[in-house]
Design a protein around this ligand. Sequence first.
Ligand SMILES: *[C@@H]1O[C@H](CO)[C@@H](O)[C@H](O)[C@H]1NC(C)=O
Ligand SMILES: *[C@@H]1O[C@H](CO)[C@@H](O)[C@H](O)[C@H]1NC(C)=O
Ligand SMILES: *[C@@H]1O[C@H](CO)[C@@H](O)[C@H](O)[C@H]1NC(C)=O
Ligand SMILES: *[C@@H]1O[C@H](CO)[C@@H](O)[C@H](O)[C@H]1NC(C)=O
Ligand SMILES: *[C@@H]1O[C@H](CO)[C@@H](O)[C@H](O)[C@H]1NC(C)=O
Ligand SMILES: *[C@@H]1O[C@H](CO)[C@@H](O)[C@H](O)[C@H]1NC(C)=O
Length: 340
Amino acid sequence: MKHNHKELLFSISLIIFAILQPCILAAASHGNTKANSSFLRRRQLLQDHDNHVDPTFQFPNSHLKNAYVALQAWKHAILYDPYNYTSDWVGPDVCNYTRVFCASAPYDSSLIVVAGIDLNHGSIVGPLPEELDLLVDLTLLHVNSNRFWGTVPSTFDQLKLFYELDLNNNFFSGKFPDVLLQLPSLKYLDIRYNEFEGPLPKELFDLSLDAIFVNNNNFQLEIPDNIDNSPVTVMVLANNHFRGCLPAGIANMSKTLTELIIMNNNLSSCIPMEIGNLINLTVLDISYNTLKGHLPELFGELKSLEQLNIAHNMLVGSIPESICSIRSHKDNVCLPDYEK
Ligand SMILES: *[C@@H]1O[C@H](CO)[C@@H](O)[C@H](O)[C@H]1NC(C)=O
Ligand SMILES: *[C@@H]1O[C@H](CO)[C@@H](O)[C@H](O)[C@H]1NC(C)=O
Ligand SMILES: *[C@@H]1O[C@H](CO)[C@@H](O)[C@H](O)[C@H]1NC(C)=O
Ligand SMILES: *[C@@H]1O[C@H](CO)[C@@H](O)[C@H](O)[C@H]1NC(C)=O
Ligand SMILES: *[C@@H]1O[C@H](CO)[C@@H](O)[C@H](O)[C@H]1NC(C)=O
Ligand SMILES: *[C@@H]1O[C@H](CO)[C@@H](O)[C@H](O)[C@H]1NC(C)=O
C-alpha cells in the first residue's frame, strides 16, 4: 500500500509543473509588517551573500543566482553527506547540480528556475537552513529518509508555489510546523516518521491536501473536530498519542475518504455511528487503541471495505455479516480478534 502511495506521489510530481497556476510572487506587501520585515531580512541576506558570490559567475537570471545562494547555504549547513549528493553543488550552473531540477516558471515560460529538489535516501545529516526561502519558485522538496533535524524554517511561507513536501523518515522535531499552514499551493504533506509532538493544528484540515501522513510521531491530544473540512482521500494518523473520540464529522468525508488509519493511539471511546456513511472507504484500521463498547451496527454499511482492522481494543459485538459475507475471501477482513 505504501508502495502505491509512492507511485501515486511520483506521478503527481511529474504533472505538477504542467498544472500549476500562474502565481504572483509578491516580494513585499504593503502594510504587512511581518512580510515587510521578512522582505528586509531577505534583502539583507542577499546582500551579505552577494559579497561572497564569485564575481566571475554568470547567472542566466536573478532567480538562479538566488538559488545558488540558497543551495550553497544548504550545502554548508550539511554536516554529513555519505553518498555525496551535494558534492557537485559547485559553480553557477545550479540546474546541473545533482538532484536539483529546473523548469520554466509557471508565470513566465522564458524564465528558468529551480522547481524541485529531491534528496531522498541520502542519509544526510543537517538542518534545513532559512535561506531555502530564496528558492521562491520551489514546488517540490523531497528529503525522505535522511537524518535532517530541527524544524521547517519559518521562512518557508515565502514559497508561494510550494506544492509537495516529503520529510518522511528524518529527525524533525518540535510542534507541528505552523508555517506549512500558510502555503497556499500545498497539496501533499508527508511528515511521518519524525519526532514532531504536541497537538495537530485545526488548520491542517482546512488545507486542500490530497493526503495527510502524520503517522509515527509523538502527536498528542484530541483529533481536531473539524476533521471533515479536509478533502483528503488518505489520512494516516497511526502511531501517535491521540486520545478521546474519533470526531463524528468523519461521516462528512464520504465523498473523498478511502483510507483511514489511526492504529496504535489512545482513542478511548466513541466510534461514531456515522462512520457507516463512509461508503467509499476501502481501508479502516483503528486497531491498538482503547476503544470500548459495542461495534456500531452501521459498520455494515461500509460496502467498499477491503481491509478492516479493529483488533486490540475493548470492543464487543461482531463484525456485521454484511461485511463478512461479501468479503470473507480476503484475509484481512473478519479477523476482529477483539477482546471481550
Ligand atoms: C517596509 O519597508 C520599507 C523599506 O523597504 C519602509 O520604507 C516601510 O516603512 C516599511 N513598512 C512597514 C509597514 O514597516
Ligand atoms: C564521496 O566522496 C568521497 C571524497 O571524494 C569519497 O572518498 C567517497 O568514496 C565518496 N562516496 C561515495 C558513496 O561515492
Ligand atoms: C553539467 O554536467 C555535465 C556532467 O556532469 C558536464 O559535462 C557539463 O559540462 C555541465 N554543464 C555545465 C554548463 O556546467
Ligand atoms: C495512553 O495513555 C496512557 C495513560 O495516559 C499512557 O500511559 C500510554 O502511554 C498512552 N499510550 C499511547 C500509545 O499514547
Ligand atoms: C457535517 O457537515 C454539516 C454541514 O457542514 C454539519 O452541519 C454537520 O454537523 C456535520 N456532521 C457531523 C456529524 O459533524
Ligand atoms: C464514491 O466514489 C465515487 C467515485 O469513485 C463517487 O462517484 C461517489 O460519489 C462516491 N460516493 C459518495 C457517497 O460520495
